[in-house]
Write a protein that binds this ligand. Sequence first.
Ligand code: ZN
Length: 125
Amino acid sequence: MDKQKLEHYRNLLETRRRTLLESVARSEEDGRAAQEVDSAQDVADRASNSYQKEFLFARSNNDRQFVRLVEHALSHIAEGTYGECEQCGSEINERRLEAVPWAQYCLACQERLDRGELEQRPQQD
Ligand SMILES: [Zn+2]
């Protein structure tokens, strides 16, 4: 992949990482705020509040996993292996990368993964 394209994907990934980290920070803040009002509430309020906390927690967990994926892709850019399928080693289609710049697998491997025909490899980093 040429330098200009790599730079393009790096920008996409870094922008995404920034947005995600902001969202994680916001969820944590909301979670803390929810914690603080906890003690001043009656039982029903507390129940809905704890539901909200769980929701926020799940959201920040998802975001965190997503951040890992994005950082994983960024490390591949640094190593010069970006755009290669981690399963079969072939080049990932550029239209796919454009839509999903953190893609780890080519479409064929992703489809096999989704069907449960392949084992997802554990991430190394
Ligand atoms: Zn593949």
